[in-house]
Write a protein that binds this ligand. Sequence first.
Ligand SMILES: NC(=O)c1ccc[n+]([C@@H]2O[C@H](COP(=O)([O-])OP(=O)(O)OC[C@H]3O[C@@H](n4cnc5c(N)ncnc54)[C@H](OP(=O)(O)O)[C@@H]3O)[C@@H](O)[C@H]2O)c1
Length: 132
Amino acid sequence: MNPAWQQGKLREFCKANGIIVSIYSPLGAAGALWGTKNVLESKVLKEIAESKGKSVAQVALRWAYEQGVVIVTKSFNKGRLQQNLDIFDWKLSDEDNKKIAAIPQARASDGNGYISETGHIKSLEELWDGEI
Ligand SMILES: NC(=O)c1ccc[n+]([C@@H]2O[C@H](COP(=O)([O-])OP(=O)(O)OC[C@H]3O[C@@H](n4cnc5c(N)ncnc54)[C@H](OP(=O)(O)O)[C@@H]3O)[C@@H](O)[C@H]2O)c1
């Protein structure tokens, strides 16, 4: 989950059923097989980041934090690790959140790896809830 794949419907279901959501690739995992540049290169996130004196990554992580999910992010860089932890003493405005909610959405997976004729979920129609 990240600002470019927000999965609000899934999260609403989880909240209603007492399920804590943990998210990986909150920065889009650019460069990974499943990655996208849609987060770190988002024009909307860049504008918000500039207006707040924060980095795009911090805005993406703060947004995820404000959604009440458990964040699993990764960096091999000490400075970026510190930056990613520095998201707790400021917040996004309602206006920021409206802009983030309007970011075009794209799935980070086509889902084919999660279905099997002999498994619990047999088709893509069963896997996805209709929301991108
Ligand atoms: N269980 C699963 O199915 C599953 C699937 C996917 C991922 N994961 C795990 O979840 C964790 C996080 O996901 P992820 O690595 O896919 O994605 P991610 O955290 O969204 O992205 C990590 C990438 O962002 C860069 N980055 C980190 N902080 C940054 C910052 N402040 N500014 C700019 N770039 C920054 C990192 O580069 P640098 O290292 O150069 O900073 C790295 O290339 C990983 O440990 C991964 O193994 C699990």
